[in-house]
Ligand binder design. Structure first.
Ligand code: FCB
Length: 507
């Protein structure tokens, strides 16, 4: 497989968005003119001046524990696979780690003051499993619970709804050594952890997410091995890990509902990358929709791992794996024991979608969908990801059509090359333009009747971007890492105005 110079790290979870590998991707004939139009036509939609979003729409920002907290070895916290992996030579850009990260553990009050200034109404954070249960099971670290309890109280006093994720990739190292996500004990361990957290926080937390991005998690951890714990397993093994991840999700939902002190809103934060129609023709739109939920054999290896959607959603929302995926996997399909699909298929309150982009598809002459190259010079974020705002229209629309759930955009954003200007401010016009385009697309979905719960921008703060270390700045708030000083970027001020008008000022 060849790799783009912009995405030199092999087979990352970002591979799907790279501009690389024309030969390896077996693309159909390119139609660059159409693709260019595709970007441009997002810029001038006719919009009403009233808000396109529901009145109770949540406006927020998203983060995760390992990426922001720091305090990796403080107050009784156990180690996670990321604490271990980041210290292994050659794994992370320039040997960087999340040991201190944004130091959110100590600076959360200051960060909440910024959130309040921006008018955020929701904040998504994840709970570090080994901070709460240092060994993953057994004794509870009260200081860990106390931290999240203080955080939740501070958010609520600022009028911000806490949205808590139970697992954003920082598996307790002790459990990894006991088999981790390859062990059928993992769902029970995860359920027990979910029960501890629900008992401690559900008197104040009502919005819950179980697992963040199962596709990226399994892909990075076990397929490409570029993320913790850094393993490259055989296909039957990593598909087993995927099945166990689904079971863990189901057990966590049961545990939250069984232990919640008040009715809980429970969802799942799935990474979704829709195929996008290369033109507005009905045939191309139908081809893109079909492609979005197709499961061809190459979606289950490193090559196109990041394109599969149905495998990661159907079991949770429909109670079954896509038949074509099971056929494609053959003997590598996971073993499904009696009761597994019922455990996985728990009633949920919303579908959380992390949406960064998609790729272009058209209807081929034979009726099959065909991929279309992005033209040379297509807009890219600093990470090298294509800017495809239509993804935030198509994904919610098609997800709602297929799964009939309210949609919560649990992540969307871009990295850019931000620094402190001579005037002491951080100017990030590309983030503003990116977010405006994507929100206009989301507004279109809303106007067409897709029930939307909210939009959480990734991210509140510049933070530790996994194997990329601190090189990719995704924050609305700049972090000067040597001092950990925060500076709200221009985009933070812009977002505050959008929030104030509930999105009406997007026009
Ligand atoms: C998502 C992850 C999140 C962050 C953003 C940029 O896939 O959930 O942790 O890395 O991408």
């Amino acid at each position: 497989m060849s790799h783009s110079p912009m995405n030199s790290h092999c087979f990352t979870r970002r591979e799907f968005l790279s501009v690389s590998g024309a030969a390896a991707l077996s693309l159909a004939n390119a139609r660059p003119a159409d693709a260019a139009t595709h970007f441009v036509r997002q810029t001038s939609p006719a919009l009403p001046t009233t808000s396109p979003f529901p009145t109770n729409f949540l406006w927020g920002a998203a983060t995760s524990a390992y990426q922001i907290e720091g305090a990796a070895r403080e107050d009784g916290k156990g180690l996670s696979v990321w604490d271990d992996f980041a210290h292994k030579p050659g794994k992370i850009h320039d040997g960087q780690t999340g040991d201190v990260a944004c130091d959110f553990y100590h600076r959360y009050a200051e960060d909440i003051a910024h959130m309040r200034d921006m008018g955020l109404t929701a904040f998504r954070f994840s709970i570090s499993w080994p901070r709460v249960l240092p060994d993953g099971t057994g004794s509870v670290n009260q200081k860990g619970i106390d931290f999240y309890s203080r955080l939740v109280d501070a958010l609520l006093s600022a009028g911000i709804a806490p949205v808590a994720t139970l697992f954003h990739w920082d598996t307790p190292l002790a459990l990894h050594h006991r088999g981790g996500w390859l062990s059928r004990d993992m769902p029970q361990w995860f359920g027990d952890y979910a029960a501890v957290v629900a008992r401690a926080l559900s008197d104040r937390v009502t919005h819950w997410l179980t697992i963040n991005e199962p596709r990226s998690f399994v892909g990075g951890a076990y397929v490409t091995g570029v993320q913790a714990p850094g393993e490259q397993l055989a296909r039957a093994e990593y598909m087993r890990a995927a099945h166990i991840t689904f079971l863990a999700h189901g057990r966590a939902v049961q545990a939250i509902r069984a232990n919640a002190h008040q009715p809980a809103q429970v969802g799942y934060a799935c990474d979704v990358s829709p195929s996008l129609p290369a033109t507005d023709s009905a045939a191309d739109i139908a081809a893109a929709r079909e492609s979005t939920f197709s499961s061809p054999p190459d979606h289950f290896s490193g090559a196109h791992w990041w394109r599969e959607n149905a495998w990661w959603l159907d079991p949770v929302f429909l109670g079954r794996y896509p038949a074509s995926a099971l056929a494609a996997l053959g003997k590598d399909a996971p073993e499904i024991l009696g009761g597994d699909m019922e455990t996985i298929h728990q009633p949920l309150d919303f579908l959380g979608a992390n949406v960064y982009g998609g790729w272009l598809v058209r209807a081929g002459a034979s009726g099959e969908f065909e991929e279309v190259h992005f033209p040379a010079g297509f807009p890219l974020t600093a990470f090298g990801w294509q800017v495809t705002p239509d993804a935030l229209y198509r994904a919610p629309k098609w997800l709602h059509e297929r799964y009939h759930m309210p949609i919560f955009i649990t992540e969307n954003g871009c990295s850019s090359r931000d620094w402190i200007s001579l005037d002491g401010k951080v100017h990030d016009p590309q983030r503003i333009d990116f977010t405006a385009r994507y929100l206009l697309a989301l507004a279109r979905a809303s106007r067409e009747g897709v029930p939307l719960l909210g939009y959480l921008h990734w991210s509140l703060l510049d933070n530790f971007e996994w194997q990329e270390g601190y090189t990719q700045r995704f924050g609305l708030i700049f972090v000067d890492f040597p001092t950990r000083r925060r500076i709200p970027k221009d985009s933070a001020l812009w977002y505050a105005a959008i929030i104030k008008s509930n999105g009406a000022s997007l026009t």
